[in-house]
Design a protein around this ligand. Structure first.
Ligand SMILES: Nc1ncnc2c1ncn2[C@@H]1O[C@H](COP(=O)(O)OP(=O)(O)OP(=O)(O)O)[C@@H](O)[C@H]1O
Ligand SMILES: C[C@@](O)(CCOP(=O)(O)O)CC(=O)O
Length: 462
C-alpha cells in the first residue's frame, strides 16, 4: 500500500432517492421497485492527516461540519483470528460523552476490513469530511462560509429534521467509495468499472444493513450506487452467513461476500427500464405531520402473511400497474414526437390513478395508513393542477411526503406552489397534516461519482 505521503486526497458523492413505485412489494423478490435518484447528493472527502514527522497515529477523524457535535475520532487495529479491522471510537476529551454515529462507524469497519484483506500493510491515518445538500434536512440554515452552497444547520444530527431522501444510504455509499478509492490502488478498486461498482454495492449493502440492525430491501443503496433504476432485491439470506465484525473469519467471509465468490448476489438493477421523458420532472413535497407511524412495514407484512390470497391479488395487480407505469415513462422518453398535445400523458395519468386505488385497497385491508385520506386529498388537489400528471406517497407511504410527476414548466411549478403552500387539511381522523413544502430537488439518473477534489473544495467555499 502507498504510504501517507503518496496517498492523494479524493472526493466522491452519491445521490438521495425517491421510491416512486413498489413499496412493500419489493421486500419479496417476486416483485420490483421503481426508484429515482435525486440531484441532492452527499459528498465525502478524504485526505491524509498532517502529522509532525516521526509521529505515527492509527487514527481516522470524521467530521460533518454542517452539524453541532459532529466529529468522530476512531482508532483502528487488525484483530486476531481474521476478525478484520476493529474500529474504536476515541473520546475527544475526558469530559465529553461518546456521541456515536453507527452508520459511519460500521461503514469504516467494513471498508477497512475489506481493504485489509487485499493489502495487509498498515492503514495510514486520514481525515474525512462529509457535506450534504440542503434538501436532506428541512431545518433552516446559514451558508457554511460566506459564499458556500452548503448550509450550517446549527443543530446536532439527532435534532436535524430529515426529509426522507435516504441520507444514511447516500452517506454509507459515498463514504465506502471514497475510503476504498483512497487506500486501494486503481487495479484493485475503481469506481469507473462495473466490477468496482458491484464491489461497492455489495459492501455498502452489507454495512448499511449491519448499521441499521435490519435487512430492508436495499433499494436505497442500489440507487445511491447506480442512480435511477428498476430494482429487484437480493435474497436476504445472503447476509446471514456474515459473522459480526471482530469475530473469527469476519474478514475472509466479508471478502468472499463482497467479491461474490459464490455467485450468490441475485440482485437485479435495470437502469434502461427507467427513464424520465423530456419535458417532465419529479417534485417532492415534505409534509409536516407531527406524527410518525412506526411499524408500518411489520404490520403490512403480518397482514399479508395472514391474508395471503387477498394480499397476493393486490400485489400482483400493483406489480403489473407499476411495470406499466415504468414502461410508459420509458416509451415517452424514447418515442419523442408521438401523441403530442393534451393526450400525451393520458396513459400515465390513468396508470397512476389505478395504482393509487390499489394502494388504498392495501391500506384499507391492512389497516395501515399507506395512502391515508389526508394524503388522498392532497394528492387529488395537486393532480388537478394544470400540467401535473399525478402523484403518489413515496416508499412506505404515510403522512410525511408526496411525490409528483409534472410538466417541467415554471408556470406548472408556480400553480402547484399556490396549492401546496396554502394547503389546509380538514382534520380528519387522528392525524392532522400541517404545512406542505416543495423540496428543491428533482430526479437525476446518475449514481455514485468521483468528484474533483478542487471542485469539492470550491463547493465548500464558493
Ligand atoms: N450529514 C450527515 N453526517 C453524518 N451522519 C449523517 C448525515 N446524514 C445522515 N447521517 C447518519 O444517518 C442517520 C440517519 O439515517 P436514517 O436511515 O434514519 O435516515 P434516512 O436515511 O435519511 O431516512 P429515510 O430512509 O427515511 O430516507 C443519522 O442518524 C446519522 O447517523
Ligand atoms: C416499505 C419499503 O418497501 C420501502 C420503504 O421506503 P422509505 O424508507 O419509506 O423510503 C421497505 C423497503 O423496501 O426496505
Amino acid at each position: 500500500m502507498p504510504d501517507a505521503q503518496t496517498l492523494q486526497p479524493q472526493a466522491v458523492s452519491a445521490p438521495g432517492k425517491v421510491f416512486v413505485a413498489g413499496g412493500y412489494l419489493v421486500l419479496d423478490r417476486k416483485y420490483t421497485a421503481l426508484v429515482f435518484g435525486l440531484d441532492a447528493r452527499i459528498y465525502v472527502e478524504i485526505e491524509p492527516i498532517q502529522t509532525r514527522s516521526g509521529v505515527t497515529l492509527s487514527e481516522i477523524i470524521v467530521r460533518s461540519p454542517q452539524f453541532l457535535d459532529a466529529a468522530w475520532e476512531y482508532g483502528y487495529r487488525l484483530t486476531e483470528g481474521d476478525g478484520g479491522i476493529a474500529v474504536t471510537q476515541l473520546r475527544v476529551s475526558h469530559a465529553s460523552s461518546l456521541n456515536k454515529n453507527p452508520f459511519i462507524e460500521t461503514a469504516l469497519t467494513f471498508a477497512l476490513t475489506y481493504i485489509s484483506t487485499l493489502q495487509p500493510t498498515r492503514i495510514a491515518p486520514s481525515n474525512i469530511s462529509i457535506l450534504a445538500d440542503q434538501a436532506y434536512y428541512s431545518n433552516p440554515g446559514k451558508p457554511l462560509t460566506s459564499s458556500s452552497r452548503f448550509l450550517n444547520f446549527d443543530v446536532t444530527l439527532p435534532d436535524a429534521h430529515k426529509t426522507g431522501l435516504g441520507s444514511s444510504a447516500a452517506l454509507v455509499t459515498a463514504f465506502t467509495a471514497v475510503v476504498l478509492s483512497y487506500y486501494l490502488p486503481k487495479k484493485a478498486f475503481s469506481l469507473d468499472t462495473d466490477a468496482g461498482k458491484r464491489v461497492l454495492h455489495n459492501l455498502a449493502q452489507a454495512s448499511h444493513c449491519a448499521a441499521q440492525g435490519k435487512v430492508g430491501s436495499g433499494f436505497d443503496i442500489a440507487s445511491a450506487v447506480y442512480g435511477s433504476c428498476l430494482y429487484r432485491r437480493f435474497s436476504p439470506a445472503l447476509l446471514s452467513s456474515l459473522p459480526t465484525p471482530g469475530s473469527p473469519l469476519f474478514a475472509k467471509t466479508l471478502k468472499s461476500l463482497v467479491e461474490d465468490e459464490g455467485g450468490m448476489w441475485d440482485v437485479e438493477i435495470a437502469k434502461a427500464k427507467v427513464k424520465m421523458p423530456r419535458g417532465l420532472r419529479l417534485v417532492m413535497c415534505d409534509v409536516d405531520c407531527g406524527s410518525q407511524t412506526p411499524g408500518m412495514v411489520k404490520k403490512v407484512l403480518k397482514w399479508r402473511e395472514e391474508n395471503r390470497e387477498a394480499a397476493d391479488a393486490i400485489w400482483d395487480k400493483l406489480q403489473k400497474g407499476n411495470e406499466a407505469f415504468a414502461a410508459e415513462l420509458t416509451r415517452l422518453a424514447t418515442e419523442e414526437g408521438e401523441n403530442v398535445g393534451k393526450e400525451k400523458y393520458a396513459k400515465l395519468k390513468d396508470t397512476i390513478v389505478s395504482n393509487r386505488a390499489l394502494i388504498r385497497e392495501m391500506s384499507k385491508a391492512s389497516g395501515v395508513p399507506v395512502e391515508p385520506p389526508q394524503q388522498t386529498a392532497l394528492l387529488d388537489a395537486c393532480s388537478a393542477v394544470e400540467g401535473v400528471v399525478g402523484g403518489v406517497v413515496p416508499g412506505a407511504g404515510g403522512y410525511d411526503a408526496i411525490v409528483l410527476l409534472l410538466e417541467d414548466k415554471e408556470e406548472t411549478i408556480q400553480a402547484l406552489r399556490k396549492v401546496v403552500e396554502g394547503w389546509k387539511a380538514d382534520s380528519e381522523g387522528e392525524v392532522t397534516i400541517g404545512k406542505v413544502g416543495i423540496l428543491g430537488v428533482r430526479e437525476d439518473m446518475v449514481g455514485v461519482r468521483r468528484e474533483d477534489v478542487e471542485i469539492y473544495k470550491e463547493r465548500t467555499t464558493s
